[in-house]
Design a protein around this ligand. Sequence first.
Ligand code: MTE
Ligand code: LUZ
Ligand code: MOS
Length: 767
Amino acid sequence: MSTEQSLSHAAPHESAALHTSGEATYIDDLLELSGTLHAALGLSEQAHAIINTIDLSQVTASEGVVAVLQAGDITGINDCGPINQDDPILADGLVQYIGQPIFAVVAHTLEQARMATHKAKIDYTPLPALFTPEEAQAQQHFVVPPMQCVQGEPAKKLETAPHRLQGTLKVGGQEQFYLEGQISYAIPQEDNGLHLYCSTQHPSEMQHLVAQALKLNKHQITVEIRRMGGGFGGKESQSAIFACIASVCAQQLQRPIKLRLDRDDDMMITGKRHCFYYDYDVGYDKHGRIVAAAVNMVLRAGFSTDLSPPVAARAVCHFDNAYYLSDAQIKASCGQTNTQSATAFRGFGGPQGALAIEMIMDNIARELGEDPLTIRKRNFYGKTTRNVTPYDQVVRDNVIHELVAELEVSSDYAKRQVEIKTFNQSSPVLKKGLALTPLKFGISFNVVHLNQAGALVHVYLDGSVLVNHGGTEMGQGLHTKIAQVVANELGLSLTHVKATATRTDKVANTSATAASTGADLNAMAAMKAAHSIKQRLIKVARTLVNDSQAEVIFADDTVQCNADHWAFSELVQLAYEQRVQLWADGFYKTPKLNWDKDAMKGNPFYYFAYGASVSEVLVDTLTGEFKLLRTDLLHDAGEALNPAIDIGQVEGGFIQGVGWLTTEELVWDARGKLMTHAPSTYKIPAVNDCPEIFNVQLFENSNREPTIMRSKAVGEPPLLLAFSVFFAIRDAIASVSNYEINPPLDAPATPERILNAVTQARSQASP
Ligand code: MTE
Ligand code: LUZ
Ligand code: MOS
């Protein structure tokens, strides 16, 4: 196997065999130390209230209970917020949503702990509560001041635009629904230390917040995570409350403490994707080209700041999606509500920002009686002109024209569109719809300093290699890709390289594995570390052949230099005997970034990823149900580090997006209690929701920036491919009005909303 092959090789996920055999170890699978106790949480039953008294006597007396801890038992700071200190670990006198943890019960078994939590008697004085972004907007109740990005003269251009379109839109939130729920296992160490196993995308942040809560130095705390059973953004900041509670209990009791949530508690406590409310005003010309756009987005931030400001900023920077907006005012406000604190979820506000302009494109098309794809293409960013984003970044890597052209052909878009219109004329109840939607997604954390990473590579004397890096494995294949990159650098086959658990005592001060940057950042750091070792081995080889200029080739587990060659392990042994350092660190920071977060101007992204999708649906206009008949995806992952894994990410992101836009609906009751807190009432997509025909391709492209092997990040962008399903549904609905009416359709497009839209489109249609 050549080294080239070892790199682009569609290697299976490093844990594929372990995943499928059940041997892959998650935190709850670790052998429990003797003396381990289990924690469960007592939750608020009021959305907004003062706590007058807490009577825990029956909790304490409950069978198996060892201790009950409250806010006052926290030695250090009672806060676990990632940006602002407005996230109490345990509520202290005030509750701000139904589900907020107030106390922790520690018992011999998990069942005992859970039983006891229900025996508390808490007396509250209710306060007025807000639940929706509209209410928060009306009361100007925000977790941070509203932000906006302005380009050109939108107000003036709106006045003079030939056509004008105004409207509102609502898009729901989404539960991350990682299969492995939140879990932390805290083990006290000698001299006040603590070892914390935590299912988290952000070990360094967990270390920081636990240190703060326990009043310890960070060097006393090690956080370790081998793998998560999914994170999807839900374990970027919100693993912290569980990390902190488990650690506080472990410190107090000097016993190992495991805190594993059941699904209902997990859904009641943790934040989800932000739901959005939009108000837009757009001017366009007779060709459907936008000449000015103004949008106000209000996010449901929930009770605290959490990551809402960067989520809102990413929404602002993705309102343009693939379209040039010469004159735009894009505003976002983070409405404070008495609900779970909304947080990161795949796309991090990007999908919400871009969906709004797709709705606008769809509306303009029907207003002008044109095909939505025609209008979309007319608005695409240009290659050399019309290529500046509202936030001033120049789009230099635009491939949307050729990507969409390729997909139009491969999916047979034009022909099928004609067939569908014919079908609809003779089918009064079942209606088909078709849509093609594009995506452009900015890659990099929109907080510049987070774009850094480190790695540590060890070469052992048998020639085997161990890689540690700052990234975490959540199923996305990061460890596989990094092992491939290191193997490639050293000319080794993949079996010789292993990436192990992420630990804060190996690589310090890491960023979250988020913003899709896991491989971009950490693989580059790991490659640099491997490169350092390689340079030292080159020196050794040259010394051995007595030629300081000799070419040294690392390939096929062998090192060749002039006429000599050694097995990699042989050369390593020789290097060791010469006292050559066989481990190295690597560090990488993304170049070219700058961002003025107040003006919302600069270069927040290193590059963009692109993609497009075509979906065909069948809608039953009597029941509002729909079926996804066919989807064609074409996605730009640059020069894919691992095409098999990348296709998995494209498929998974797409299906997860389909769930968000169609079946997954979060419902809070009038008191602000989340009613959909289990799979019985909250519907994520299942096998049957996959399209019957599903064609998935990677677009052949090379990153114009020198990223790791010219690849592109692929974790989040494909979620936006799901747009085509939503707009295909809307197309099918529009057919009942002979495509004259823009059906009012909010997301998710549940059967109820579809039926409602059908009724409205029918009633408004000309006879
Ligand atoms: N894929 C799997 N299987 N599980 C996950 O939890 N998270 C997504 C994406 N793909 C996720 C996933 C999210 S939200 C992000 S930001 C990226 O993976 C993070 O990993 P990466 O940066 O290594 O792509
Ligand atoms: N920015 C971003 C962030 O673009 N994506 C993220 O996941 C993130 N997380 C924290 C802070 N900024
Ligand atoms: Mo992903 S939402 O950036 O964890």
